[in-house]
Ligand binder design. Structure first.
Ligand code: HAM
Length: 423
């Protein structure tokens, strides 16, 4: 039997899971301030959702999807990202009809991509993402970017680079598309097979090619920023104005095209600039996807969002050596000696927990010294010692592990007394 974990996946063991929970709480706290609400969609969808949503000329759809047929012969795919699913749900549940617009949603959960695993790149990874549907106000572009930056700051990251770009509206993109075709066509034979088939279908994707990224035509390719029409220019200027107003620093990079097809107007990525951070520096990516809701059969609805993976966020925290204070104190550890005391401790433990305390005891039948060691290892505030004698007298010894002081407490008053200590 193969007892190894599949390539590109990882177990989150309890010590790491504490950090994950801490991060998840931070992320949710920040997101709540911006009034984004949680949506949970299935882990798998009809393959078409991603082929149409993400775009069938993208690497994700062409090479990276975990697709399968179920027993009913349906073509299904483990979600490689969250936006297509959210838009599917938005249309299916007619959220465009809800009274409060825009609809501001967030999600957090595993995504699956058949990529070459390396540091910061997994085949199963956890994305946190937000989507704001129903507003074409550039202020919401700034809000979404500010939220992403706030999340990173809330976990203590400092070395961040925000890069923004505009892919323009439909009209600008069409003009740029023509220019790209004219630029690459004469020498397309020098490019990989994928790029050759992308030339007519989606020439913008060529700029995102991992194989030909060093070809000299890449550097001289026409910049989208030279093809923005007045509306798109104005829109992009407004986004920048709002970011300036919020004091959020950024650089404009016209080569930022993103790896998914649904983008137009604003796109952005946040990179880690921490020394020692791995080769893949992108922490987070997002942008506007006006037109995607229509693609899924809904009414004309603009949208913008981003997603980040918790794995890369953790890698950035490690690179910046961020220290986290976990609230993992154990209020009480019960040391019970002898059968009657052990029996009694079952009830005492339950009483403590029912009164809101964290409490634990020994289950290995160890000697007093070993039990005290456990209490220390578990960071217990107090150790409650129950022996046969104490039990007969109706009392317990309670040791304050910080001061080392020990006192007797009557069992009949125990909960009331300890409650006062914690007040
Ligand atoms: P994406 O750029 O494909 O965009 O992924 C967003 C983020 O997910 C990346 O910046 C990275 O942090 C993380 N990520 C992607 N692939 C992996 C991987 N193999 N291992 C670890 N982390 C990974 C999207 O997914 C869009 N849905 C974002 C979006 C939402 N755009 C608009 N709304």
């Amino acid at each position: 039997m193969n007892v190894q974990i599949p390539r590109g996946t990882q177990d989150i063991l309890p010590e790491q899971a504490r950090l994950w929970q801490w991060i998840e709480n931070k992320v949710k706290e920040v997101t709540k301030k911006y009034r984004y609400e949680e949506i949970r969609t299935p882990i798998f969808e009809h393959t078409e959702i991603f082929a149409r949503g993400v775009g069938d000329t993208t690497d994700i759809v062409q090479k990276e999807m975990y697709s399968f047929q179920d027993r009913g012969g349906r073509d299904l795919t483990l979600r490689p990202e969250g936006t297509a699913s959210v838009v599917r749900s938005f249309v299916e549940n007619k959220m465009f009809g809800y009274p409060n617009q825009p609809i501001k949603l967030y999600y957090m959960g595993p995504m699956f991509r058949y990529e070459r695993p390396q540091s910061g790149r997994y085949r199963q990874f956890v994305q946190f993402g937000v989507e704001a549907l129903g507003s074409a106000d550039p202020a919401i572009d700034a809000e979404v970017i500010a939220l992403a930056m706030d999340i990173y700051k809330s976990v203590g990251l400092k070395n961040l680079n925000l890069v923004i770009n505009s892919l323009g509206d439909k009209e600008s993109r069409l003009e740029h598309r023509e220019a790209l075709i004219n630029h690459f066509k004469p020498r397309i034979g020098e490019f990989c097979k994928d790029c050759q088939s992308r030339l007519e279908k989606n020439p913008l994707r060529i700029l995102d090619c991992k194989v030909d990224r060093d070809h000299e035509l890449m550097e001289t390719a026409p910049s989208i920023l030279d093809y923005l029409n007045d509306d798109s220019k104005e829109y992009f200027a407004k986004v920048q104005q709002y970011l300036d107003g919020l004091g959020i620093e950024y650089t404009v990079d016209s080569t930022l095209v993103r790896g998914l097809d649904y983008y137009n107007q604003t796109t952005f990525e946040i990179m880690s600039s921490a020394p020692g951070f791995g080769a893949i520096t992108t922490l987070c990516g997002g942008g506007r996807y006006n037109g995607l809701v229509e693609e899924f059969g809904g009414p004309e609805t603009p949208g913008i969002g981003f997603a980040l993976s918790i794995e890369r966020l953790i890698a950035a925290m490690e690179a910046e050596n961020v220290q986290v204070d976990f609230d993992d104190q154990l209020d009480f550890y019960i040391v019970a000696l002898g059968d009657a005391a052990k029996d009694y401790s079952v009830k005492l433990l339950a009483d403590l927990r029912n009164n809101g305390f964290t409490a634990d005891r020994d289950y290995q039948d160890r000697k007093m010294k070993a039990q005290m060691k456990s209490a220390n290892r578990l960071n217990a505030n107090y150790v409650v010692i129950i022996g046969e004698d104490e039990l007969e007298k109706g009392e317990v010894q309670v040791k304050n592990m910080q001061s080392g002081e020990q006192e007797e407490v009557k069992l009949s008053e125990f909960i009331d007394v300890v409650k006062q200590w914690f007040n």
